[in-house]
Design a protein around this ligand. Structure first.
Ligand code: F6P
Length: 540
């Protein structure tokens, strides 16, 4: 372990019982010094990281840590198409999907002509659907059902919800779970004759997606003469999409250098493009590209993805807080926490370093969250008064889209800022006692009641402020978090781009299925065999 880790831990220990508010007292410029802005030619982004225990000493050490881990060199290796996903022997080039004018080579081949060609085909298809030039067998396409799971669902689902004010195309629906309830509830009420089904699967083998795709095809076949004609596929496995019966003109492929959880920028984003139109989708790409340009050029000290990563490292690996909460004060970012769970936990939830040795530091934290203000009436109790601090990452737009409801937005924003202030300040026993005394309590009862009303405070948070949740801003936010994950992975020395940890469960599910059907499948543990037996009995 690098000496900088030890120095960081020593620094943290030396902070002892110090409080975030003391840092503001000691440094009158802290509020602006620890608030970093990105000027992107649009509205800009403001990232406030002042309400943390990162003081100037910790900041300098964290920057040194990033520099020692060679974040800058690894960043260039990624952007230039080197095979940094070493366990799968692949380049990592989702950035190429949003930088269509760029040039990048993999194995000596310029990959951009194919990327641009697929992008143009997607746009032409989207225009045809939205204009009615491509029709379902019962008329214009009114509904689009995206069937996919993991990265083939979470990104487009999150983005489609986030960009609801820009929807002017067909309605979009998302089916992911192999639970028949998901597809049954989604298809109920849709007209097969005016529905387009998109099967989104990089591998075209994922059992949940293929089971749902076959069910959708049966549903379609019961009504329309040529069900496959109303299917499109987003996949790299062209032989498999052909076997499924989907015409090559409606298949949009991508290369193995686009990881599932990084794929919303390309064909996997088709449902979003259909909903908001190719122009808006390109604005989303432009936002991602603007964040790429910032990430590539800004010095580490003013580099937003780097600073977001370093606050993450500080809170998890140095302070030892096991989770972090992402709290968008924007209802349309409802699925952002779920999206980030895959992005962060599938990328950095690893136990060995790139070279196969055991990690000596904890890998990524548990990521969770929910839009404010709803979360305030659910789990914020624990965030304020539980025994374990939860670093909070607030996200807020200066303006909503509902101009006639601007007063809602100010109230929403007030709640967001009030929460981070309350988390930092807390309420002392003295203040709580004064409150109880004002209510007429005294003696032991005053003491008892006051103790319940104490907020320890000193709970860290960051706030990301954007102008408005536009397609461009959404692109910036998603790319910001992608690069944050990358920087954390580089600092921890892990491969953020494989996901071997999801394989074992998939393999065993195939072996358990016969057991549930009573077809015998020896070799399971006694608990699993007992549960399977009870399952069979209870099914009757
Ligand atoms: O959950 C594992 C995973 O491989 C994810 O990385 C991926 O996003 C998801 O499955 C779906 O895979 P596919 O697009 O191949 O169906």
């Amino acid at each position: 372990m690098s000496d900088i880790w030890t120095r960081l831990k020593t620094h943290r220990d030396a902070q002892g019982e110090g409080r975030i508010s003391d840092l503001f007292d000691a440094d009158p410029a802290r509020a602006t010094a620890f608030c970093t802005e990105v000027d992107d030619g649009a509205e800009g982004l403001v990232f406030d990281w002042s309400k943390t225990m990162i003081d100037t000493g910790a900041r300098d050490l964290l920057i040194e840590l990033a520099r020692e881990a060679q974040v800058e060199a690894r960043r260039e290796a990624m952007f230039s198409g080197e095979k940094i996903n070493e366990t799968e022997g692949r380049a990592v080039l989702h950035t190429a999907l949003r930088n269509l004018d760029g040039a990048v080579r993999v194995d000596g081949q310029d990959v951009m002509p194919a990327v641009r060609e697929t992008h143009e085909r997607m746009k032409a298809f989207a225009r045809d659907i939205r204009s009615g030039a491509y029709r379902g067998q019962g008329g214009n396409i009114t509904d689009v059902v995206n069937i996919g799971i993991g990265g083939s669902d979470l990104g487009p689902y999150m983005a489609a919800l986030a960009l609801a004010p820009y929807h002017d195309g067909p309605r979009t629906h998302f089916v992911s779970n192999v639970d028949g309830a998901d597809i049954a509830d989604t298809l109920k009420g849709l007209d097969p004759a005016t529905t387009l089904v998109i099967v989104a699967s990089k591998t075209f083998t994922t059992i949940e997606t293929m089971t749902n795709a076959r069910t959708a095809r049966d549903w379609m076949a019961a009504t329309v003469a040529e069900p496959a004609a109303q299917f499109a596929a987003l996949s790299s496995a062209l032989d498999k999409t052909a076997n499924f019966g989907i015409d090559a003109s409606r298949v949009f492929g991508f290369e193995d250098w686009v990881g599932g959880r990084y794929s919303v920028w390309g064909p996997i984003g088709l449902s979003v493009m259909l909903a908001v139109g190719p122009g808006r989708f390109d604005e989303f790409l432009a936002g991602g590209a603007a964040m790429d340009a910032h990430f590539r050029a800004a010095p580490l000290e003013r580099n937003l993805p780097v600073l977001l990563a370093l606050t993450g490292i500080w809170h998890h690996q140095i302070c030892g807080y096991p989770t972090r909460a992402v709290l968008p004060y924007d209802n349309r970012l409802l699925r952002l926490p779920a999206y980030l769970q895959q992005l962060e936990m599938e990328s950095n939830g690893k136990r060995v370093a790139m070279d196969g040795s055991d990690l000596t530091l904890p890998s990524g934290p548990v990521v969770w969250g929910e839009p404010g203000t709803n979360g305030q009436h659910a789990f914020y109790q624990l965030i304020h008064q539980g025994t374990m601090p939860v670093p909070c990452e607030f996200i807020l737009a200066a303006r909503g889209h509902e101009e006639e409801l601007a007063h809602h937005h100010v109230l929403l924003a007030a709640n967001c800022l009030a929460q981070s202030e309350a988390l930092m300040r807390g309420r002392t026993l003295k203040e709580a006692r004064a409150l109880m005394a004002a209510k007429g309590l005294e003696g032991a009862e005053l003491d008892r009641q006051a103790r319940h009303r104490v907020f320890p405070g000193n709970r860290p948070s960051t706030t990301l402020l954007i102008g408005q949740l536009t397609p461009f801003a959404l692109g910036q936010i998603v790319a910001l978090y992608e690069h944050r994950v990358f920087v954390e992975g580089v600092i921890l020395g892990i491969n953020s781009f494989d996901q071997w940890g999801v394989e074992l469960g998939k393999e065993l599910a195939l072996k358990v299925e016969p057991l549930l059907k009573g077809e015998g499948a020896p070799g399971h543990d006694p608990s699993t065999e007992n549960l399977a037996s009870r399952f069979r009995q209870m099914r009757g």
